[in-house]
Write a protein that binds this ligand. Sequence first.
Ligand SMILES: [Mg+2]
Length: 435
Amino acid sequence: MPGVFTGFRTLDVRFPTSADLDGSDAMNVDPDYSAAYLILETDAGDGLEGHGFVFTIGRGNDVQRAAIEALRQYVLGRDVDAVLADLGGMWRELVYDAQLRWLGPEKGVMHMAIGAVINALWDLRAKRAGLPLWQLLSELSPQEIVDLVDFRYLTDALTPDEALALLTAVEPGRAERAATLRANGYPAYTTSPGWLGYSDEKLSRLAKEAVAEGFTQIKLKVGADIDDDVRRFALARSVVGDGVRIAVDANQRWDVDEAVAAIERLREFDPWWVEEPTAPDDVLAHAAIRRRAAPVRIATGEHAHSRVLVKQFLQAEAIDVLQLDSTRVAGVNENIAILLLAAKFGIPVCPHAGGVGLCELVQHLAMFDFVAVSGTTTDRNIEYVDHLHEHFLDPVRIVRGAYAAPAAPGFSAQIRSETLVRFGFPDGEAWKEAQ
Ligand SMILES: [Mg+2]
């Protein structure tokens, strides 16, 4: 299918979620879940588009969309086959634009914008191949996977040869694990009961429902007021019993001493992990909290801005659980680097999700990890939040507490066209009604 890229359209899509306090936590008190959205079009005549986006929680969408726009010259007019055949090369081109790289480097708004472009390209490549992305990635050779990753700054922790050896070692079991995945899905946990703005009644009702639906882990938001946290945790524990894991998430609220003191209070309810206890790029603080609060597990990663920061968390033995995010870093390629690092250090990846479309995207990365990288789902699960899935063409399907493996071609990234219009900001009907 020869062709060139003819369209690079960005859209501002926002959902007025702050009205119901869905998604509210100790740091993010009034989120309007949003997507700075990208559609790539070609003249190949196959009708296929690449869709990608960055998740933001409202006004940041203005900035994020402008950052994606800054990359249009890298895509428009380029040969589609050539670009899609070398997405490792495309990643390097985008990341090493010297003038734009100055804004990071390799972190923040510009880096996330690169993620939107890279993810949209992967969506298109998977659609053209007629495969869901997890399967496309899982069928690449170990060498092809290694070639997607930029190992600059990583080789003190992971070399290309080590990555190749790691991928080759699990290659023989790929077909069997893919079959297991299709049969059983990938384990999930739910954060839906635990938003900080919810009443005790709503918390306890949703926690009960989660267990009835087959979830074996839930998560509660904490960090605003420790007495409230203790009350809500005790309530949740009494509702779900001892057999269900309860993780807690402080969303960066504490300093080190505060975190240690809070964990001391919460310990009796057996937290499965304590998430984002402090500043998300403070490696040494996480390491100190982990040491002082042991054996309570420490989790972070949804705000880890690059593979380099993840490398440090792992080298410093600062975390027990790594929570990569599908739109925080520069797309699929960098998340493959992160999955390889986690596999090397033997740290389980339990991806961050929720928001708009983060569940839809990140399931592909976790499933690829199971089939072709770590080779296991032990103590691994993907976050699930029951919001906004109805707006996606190929929404996630949760069956008895697990993500069913997507079968449709692509990255499950595509939002319905009527939603893109209705929730377009500021002119969509949904926003006119909200005023
Ligand atoms: Mg979190």
